[in-house]
Design a binder for this molecule. Structure first.
Ligand code: ZN
Length: 161
């Protein structure tokens, strides 16, 4: 029986991603992207749609923002520029991980940089955007023990982070 997409499989796929208005957001180009299925490596709505597909399958899937990069969350966070190491060039669009009041990690995206301050918000650039993926499944293989342990796929050269 041919492999189908299931947990503990590494799946390589090509895709194009459009927003709800049909504008191209990104594309894998000619290079298939590998991911470990069932590990939350891709957005939930896409991961669910991949399940059960076989090599050679092509399909479109519409993913609402909540099942994609999440709904937008109001509010910004201001961090002193001095909280970043001098050698780090902080620029708009870059993301970093901050620590919440209870020590939990949460990702932030920089929206503005001034001389003294870095202003960031908790929204991925695609938060609040409805997504449409066009997918072609290129390869499906068993994950290695190391990949399962790490919770992500490794590239053809072994380690790839
Ligand atoms: Zn790894």
């Amino acid at each position: 029986m041919a492999d189908v997409v299931a947990p503990e499989k590494v799946v390589s796929f090509k895709y194009t991603l459009e927003n709800g208005e049909g504008e191209l957001i990104e594309s894998s180009g000619d290079e298939a992207m590998p991911y470990l299925h069932g590990a939350g490596n891709i957005v939930p709505g896409l991961e669910r749609a991949m399940q059960g597909h076989a090599v050679g399958d092509t399909f479109d899937v519409e993913v609402a923002a909540a099942e994609g990069y999440g709904e937008r969350i109001d509010g910004t966070v201001e961090v002193p520029r001095s909280a970043f190491p001098d050698e780090v060039e902080v620029s708009e669009g870059m993301s970093f991980v901050a620590e919440g009041p209870d020590g939990e990690a949460f990702p932030l995206w920089v929206i503005e940089v001034t001389d003294d301050l870095v202003i960031a918000e908790p929204n991925h650039p695609l938060a609040g955007v409805d997504l449409k993926f066009s997918v072609e499944i290129i390869d499906i293989r068993d994950a290695s023990a190391e990949e399962l342990e790490h919770g992500h796929a490794h590239g053809p050269d072994g380690h790839h982070h």
